[in-house]
Design a protein around this ligand. Structure first.
Ligand SMILES: *Cc1c(COP(=O)(O)O)cnc(C)c1O
Length: 422
């Protein structure tokens, strides 16, 4: 079931005023919903020793949202230097930040090491010698290859560019120890938008098996395992929510069994993005045109620069027409933006209430990998972000991009290199 009834209820009374005041299009996020999901997650895993969620910043990199995460006791999983700086900008530091990067550059290592450092999650064995100073605590991302099947979005582990292979993982830790590492974590991320909780439990089982193998080989203990993100949300009306309580229960059983047999147990981390914020955001956009050719088109004032999941992954986002939720007068349309790209469609051949110009469309579940994935192709500018606070106020938390932002990178000191002389 997309977008909760309670978010709809909170949104309804403010939507017209907010649209008139701030102007469309905008993403709007629901503080109450985000907090509720965060609390539920903490509660489900309350019995798991050292449980911690490291919110995947890339899903919704906005400091106002990240402050809510901090409040919930979450750390931050960052995938790049700017994301680390975002986390630091709200006074998060040290082991509250995990840097899971891929194809890491020397610059990234340098920034990571500054200001109290971060938990470094290395993506390859070859990076051990490239870390300027090996931190005491080190983590590797493990790629099991043919031992596991990935899911649709993230792909087959054998074809995935992430992580250290099975054959290299022990040597990777050994090399890190040789350079001075003394505390260890193990990370993996194999699924994306997975609604079957058992897949996550299997990942925990796999991580614990690996922890056993590596500890035996090297005589070390692990401080934590991290199973990554990838918990799914129900985008389609017929989808069921992931059973987080069952996942927590079975995870706890695995960890307890591990403790029984080993006398110690690693802490349990995860780094969900989508699960925490995905359902608690919506893209609000206004109908500006109707076109009736071979198909019917509803043209809106947002384009895929505001939400590219439908175009990029064929992803389904539920849409309802504000004020016409129960209308029987419906039609089948493509909902489109203005880009010169035929994939610039929020919905294809979708049955929605019949619209008029000026109607507001609510595109559901844009609270993760929505605004953040936007881009500037066709010189399209990304929309603003609003936060519906628990007290009912609506706060601008990122302004829209403007023409002057687009032109900003065209203002620079002239720089001409003459390569014509040998
Ligand atoms: C993208 C990503 C996440 C978050 O994924 P969700 O599907 O939003 O839960 C977590 N960890 C890593 C390493 C990622 O790349």
């Amino acid at each position: 079931m997309p977008m909760s009834a309670s978010f709809k209820q909170r949104l309804a009374p403010v939507l017209e005023k907010a649209s008139a005041h701030f102007g469309t299009p905008f993403h709007i996020y629901d503080e109450a919903g985000i907090r509720e999901t965060g609390r539920q997650l903490n509660q489900a895993f309350a019995k798991v020793e050292g449980f911690r969620e490291y919110y995947a910043v890339k899903a919704l990199p906005n400091p106002s949202i990240m402050e809510i995460m901090q409040d919930l006791g979450f750390g931050f999983d960052c995938s790049s230097t700017p994301e680390v700086l975002l986390a630091r900008s709200i006074k998060s530091d040290g082991e509250d930040i995990m840097l899971t990067s891929n194809n890491t550059s020397p610059n990234e290592f340098e920034t990571a090491a500054m200001d109290g450092g971060v938990i470094l999650n290395l993506d390859d064995a070859s990076l051990v010698s490239k870390v300027p100073t090996m931190p005491e605590l080190i983590c590797f991302r493990y790629n099991p290859g043919p031992r596991r099947k990935g899911n649709k979005i993230i792909g087959n582990p054998v074809e995935s560019k992430y992580g250290v292979s099975h054959d290299q993982i022990i040597d990777a830790y050994r090399a890190a120890m040789d350079r001075g590492a003394k505390r260890f974590g193990l990370h993996t991320m194999l699924a994306s938008n997975e609604l079957n909780y058992e897949y996550m439990v299997e990942t925990t089982r796999m991580n614990l098996d690996m922890v056993s193998t590596i500890s035996d080989a090297l005589g070390i203990q692990f401080e934590f395992i991290n199973i990554g993100g990838g918990l799914g949300i129900p985008y389609r009306p017929e989808d069921k929510s992931m059973d987080i309580d069952a996942m927590a229960r079975e995870t706890l059983e695995l960890l307890e069994a591990f403790k029984q047999s080993h006398g110690w147990v690693p802490k349990f981390f995860m780094e969900s993005g989508r699960y925490v914020t995905g359902p608690h955001g919506a893209l609000v956009t206004k109908v500006i045109n109707h076109k009736d050719i071979y198909r019917k088109y509803v043209g809106v004032d947002a384009s895929m620069s505001a939400l590219m999941r439908p175009g990029m992954y064929d992803a389904y986002h539920h849409i309802h027409v504000f004020g016409k939720e129960d209308s029987k007068d419906r039609e089948t349309v493509d909902v489109v933006g203005s880009l010169c790209e035929n994939i610039d469609k929020f919905a294809v051949q979708r049955d929605i209430a019949k619209t008029e110009e000026g109607d507001l469309l609510i595109i559901h579940d844009t609270g993760a990998h929505g605004h953040a994935m936007g881009f500037n192709y066709n010189a399209n500018l990304r929309p603003k972000e609003l936060l519906l606070r628990e007290d009912g106020t609506v706060e601008l938390i990122r302004r829209e991009e403007r023409i002057e932002d687009y032109f900003a990178t065209l203002k620079f000191e002239p720089d001409l290199l003459d390569c014509s002389q040998g």
